[in-house]
Structure formats: structure tokens, C-alpha cells
Ligand binder design. Structure first.
Ligand code: PLP
Length: 465
């Protein structure tokens, strides 16, 4: 039998076809050659797979397919999407959307030069975080502040600066894994500090910490068990008790509060989120949190606390490797500035405006959307239902907020197929599948996206069409 692989053209044959020659003029030779190679690899795999009938297309047909491949790959893989999942801080979808003021500030400082490390008053060199530090001090009451890439970096750096080669005492019930490669015990090892676990999974008392203190102890640490809940017979040590013990034994207390609420979230129906101010007021020496969780700012990690400790942290050689750029600083500063007036923060910071949207408001939007979806032949039914949005993003998992969803039953397509197609429209839409319905949560869809949502639900500009 003839070897079928011999009928495949070579990479060079394909590169010489008119369709691909035209593309080489526009994109680099390497991009085209790489795509040709992976197309040929794919064809070889399919030839090997005897269960499928694969007829080798002509070289010019192949060239056309490759050219089309390259042009669709040219679209950025990082695209804006409509989040109808109801998960407010969706890590997969980029966590917190930014306030317009923050976006404008980012665009202003990135377009040209900016006073990153120069004081406009004195013309002398200054620290890049000065403006942000001032706001953080004002909003939290801390003596000093530092900003790094994310809270994982803040944790790593703080432990390195405060406890390299020494022990840090943490409750067994607080040894969290968040996702990606973040597992607290591993982060501690990477920092050079040694974990001293105390207590049990469900109960850790202040006496457990006290008994574990020894010559090697450098700090006591409390970690917010963000993404899980220990319930039933539980006992944990509050930050106040830990601070009292720290004072008695002359040990600093580090508090990783995780989501970094600057305001009391119980007014949005989310009790139990520790606030940064409470932790500082209780006397924690260093408090760590993310900038893109409950603050609703850009991705970063914030460290606030006692001047002596913050100085240790900012002088650490790793600080430079973890510092943020001017865009993050500008976005964070503008977001924080909005917190000076809570009413302003609630209307301008998307995270807070989403949370403070009333059910009536969401229902009205749903009522306006429904007539525009009637008559779409691929939709069998669309109903308005009451559901629950989830906070997500490493906040307490049982925290939910009542919401309004569009409950959609597609026609002809299965719910999964419908969901797949919505993700491939010009304005990709993510929803959630529940009981064989497709749900779109209006709380996480920004009102200005309603028009785009209608387009996508009509499956306009679908790439399959
Ligand atoms: C989310 C979280 C982190 C990690 O924060 P990133 O900003 O995502 O790096 C660390 N600790 C706690 C308690 C968290 O909730």
C-alpha cells in the first residue's frame, strides 16, 4: 500500500503557495511557518487515525485553510467579555472591573511620562508609592503602606523580611490553598521562614499559640480562610487575642485578611468580611490584602501597618522584583480616592455599584430586555427568575446576594451548545447552566453591556456563521 504521508506537501511547498506568500508579507515568516507545521502535524495525526476518513486536501486548499487559521489567531486572546455568571469577583474573568476614573488615570500616565519617582513640589527624587501610601494611611489609619504585585507577593515578601530562617506560628485551620500554586505552607517555605502549625483543623485556642512560642519564633500569623468555611464545632483565635499575646511576648502579628474590605460589607448583605481597619485597630502589626478583590481596584497586593515593619519590607532586596508599575499605581490611587466619599464609591466603583443594585433595578432591566429577545427563533423561552449571585474571588463561599436572572431555554441547540456559541460571539458571553437552563445574572452584567448582550443572544457575529 502506498504511504499516505507521501501525499502531504512539504512546509516549503506550502510557503510557496500564493495564499501564504501574500500573508508572509503581512505577518512574520516564523508565524506562518509555525502554523504550516502545526497544520501538517495535525494532518499526519488524522492520517494515522484509521477510524476517520481523511482525504488530503490539495496544497492550495490547505494554504487557504492555514491562511484563515492565521487570521483568526490574529485576534487577541485577551478580550473583553460579558460576565453573566453571577460570580462578582470571577478570577477567570479578571476579578474586579475598574472605575472609569481609574481607567482614565491609567491611560493618562501610560500615554506619556509621569511623575513616578519625582516629587513635583521639590523636583527631587521621591518614592513611587508616595501618593498611594498617603491615601492608604488616610483610609485605614495605618502608619505606613507598601504596594506589590498581588497579595501572594505581599505574603512572600513580608515573611521573608520578617521571618527568614525563623518560625512563624499559624493555626492548622488557616493553612489555605487558593488556586494556581498558592498554598500557604509552600509560600512560607519559599520565603525562607518555617511554618509552626498549631491547634487542630477545627479548633485553635490562644493557649496553642502561646505554648508554641520559642526562641526561634519570629511572628504570629492569622490568615483569613477566604475560600472555605470550617463549621460545626469550631473555635479560632481572634486578632485581638493574638495581638495581646504578641505584645506580651514581644512578637509582631501578621494578618492576611485576603479580600481587603475597606468598608463594612454587611450593608450589601455580606456579613463576616473582616475589614482592614478593624484588623489595624485591633493592633495587628502588618495587614495584607489584594487590591482587586473587595477594593475593586487593579491587581496588586497591599501591605499596611507599623512603620518599623513596613520599612523592613520595603528595604528587602525582593521588593524591587515585586514592585508595581505606574499604571497600577495610577489605577489604585484613583480607586482609593473614590473611597473618601462612600456615596461616590458606590456609584463609581463597579464592584460596589453591582453589589448595591436593588432587585427592582435589576428586574426593570430584565423587563426591558425580554421584548427584544422575543421572536428569536433559536430561543424557546426566556423567563425572569430570582436567583443568587456569589461573591467569588476568594471570599467566603457561602456569601451570596439575591439577584435577578434571565432563564433561557434554547431551541434546537442543547444548553451546552448554546453556551458554547455565546462564548464565540463578537462580544463573548459567559453564563451558568442550571437544571438544563442557561442563566444570565444581571447583577454581574454592566448596564452599558445590555445592548451588546442582545446582539450576542441574537448570535450576531458568531464566528461559526
Ligand atoms: C486571595 C488571597 C490571597 C492571594 O491574593 P492574590 O492577590 O490573588 O495574590 C492570599 N491570601 C488570602 C487570604 C486570599 O484571600
Amino acid at each position: 500500500m502506498e504511504n499516505p504521508f507521501r501525499n502531504l506537501p512539504s512546509v516549503n511547498d506550502l510557503l510557496e503557495t500564493p495564499a501564504l506568500k501574500k500573508i508572509v508579507d503581512k505577518v512574520s515568516h516564523n508565524v506562518v511557518a509555525n502554523n504550516v507545521r502545526s497544520f501538517l502535524d495535525d494532518a499526519r495525526e488524522r492520517l494515522k487515525d484509521k477510524t476517520t476518513d481523511f482525504n488530503i486536501p490539495s496544497p492550495s486548499e490547505m494554504a487557504d485553510s492555514i491562511a484563515e487559521w492565521i487570521s483568526t489567531e490574529d485576534q487577541p486572546s485577551l478580550q473583553p467579555v460579558i460576565n453573566g455568571t453571577g460570580v462578582i469577583l470571577h478570577t477567570g474573568l479578571g476579578r474586579a472591573p475598574l472605575a472609569d476614573q481609574a481607567i482614565e488615570a491609567i491611560s493618562e500616565v501610560s500615554r506619556g511620562y509621569a511623575s513616578v519617582e519625582v516629587s513635583l513640589q521639590t523636583g527631587k527624587r521621591s518614592h513611587r508609592v508616595e501618593a498611594v501610601e498617603k491615601l492608604l494611611k488616610e483610609l485605614t489609619g495605618a502608619e505606613a503602606a507598601a504596594v506589590v504585585n498581588n497579595n501572594a507577593a505581599a505574603t512572600l515578601l513580608t515573611l521573608s523580611a520578617m521571618a527568614d530562617g525563623k518560625e512563624v506560628i499559624v493555626s492548622r485551620g488557616e493553612l489555605i490553598e487558593i488556586g494556581g500554586s498558592y498554598r500557604l505552607p509552600d509560600v512560607m517555605t519559599a520565603s525562607g521562614s518555617r511554618l509552626k502549625e498549631v491547634g487542630t483543623t477545627n479548633k485553635t485556642r490562644i493557649s496553642d499559640y502561646e505554648q508554641a512560642i520559642g526562641d526561634e519564633t519570629a511572628a504570629l500569623m492569622k490568615v483569613h480562610t477566604s475560600n472555605y468555611l470550617v463549621c460545626g464545632f469550631t473555635e479560632s483565635t481572634g486578632i485581638q487575642e493574638l495581638v495581646a499575646l504578641g505584645k506580651k511576648r514581644n512578637l509582631p502579628v501578621i494578618d492576611d485578611v485576603g479580600s481587603g474590605a475597606l468598608v463594612d460589607f454587611s450593608k450589601y448583605g455580606l456579613p463576616n468580611e473582616p475589614t482592614v481597619c478593624d484588623s489595624l485597630a485591633a493592633g495587628a502589626d502588618v495587614v495584607l490584602f489584594s487590591g482587586d478583590k473587595l477594593i475593586g481596584g487593579p491587581q496588586c497586593g497591599i501591605v499596611v501597618g507599623k512603620l518599623k515593619q513596613i520599612q523592613k519590607i520595603t528595604k528587602h532586596p525582593m521588593m524591587r522584583a515585586m514592585r508595581v508599575d505606574k499604571m497600577t499605581l495610577a489605577g489604585l490611587a484613583e480607586t482609593l480616592r473614590l473611597y473618601r466619599d462612600l456615596e461616590q464609591a458606590e456609584t463609581k466603583i463597579p464592584l460596589l455599584s453591582m453589589l448595591s443594585s436593588s432587585l427592582d433595578n435589576l428586574r426593570n432591566r430584565a423587563n426591558r430586555l425580554i421584548p427584544r429577545l422575543e421572536g428569536l427563533s433559536h430561543l424557546d423561552s426566556v423567563k425572569i427568575i430570582e436567583e443568587k449571585s456569589m461573591m467569588g474571588g476568594g471570599t467566603i463561599p457561602t456569601q451570596t446576594v439575591p439577584t435577578i436572572c434571565l432563564q433561557i431555554k434554547p431551541n434546537k441547540l442543547s444548553v451546552q451548545q448554546f453556551s458554547d456559541r455565546l462564548r464565540c460571539t463578537k462580544n463573548p458571553v459567559f453564563g451558568r447552566i442550571q437544571n438544563d437552563f442557561f442563566l444570565l445574572d444581571l447583577r454581574t452584567i454592566q448596564p452599558r453591556q445590555d445592548r451588546l448582550l442582545i446582539d450576542s443572544l441574537g448570535l450576531k457575529n458568531s464566528q461559526q456563521e
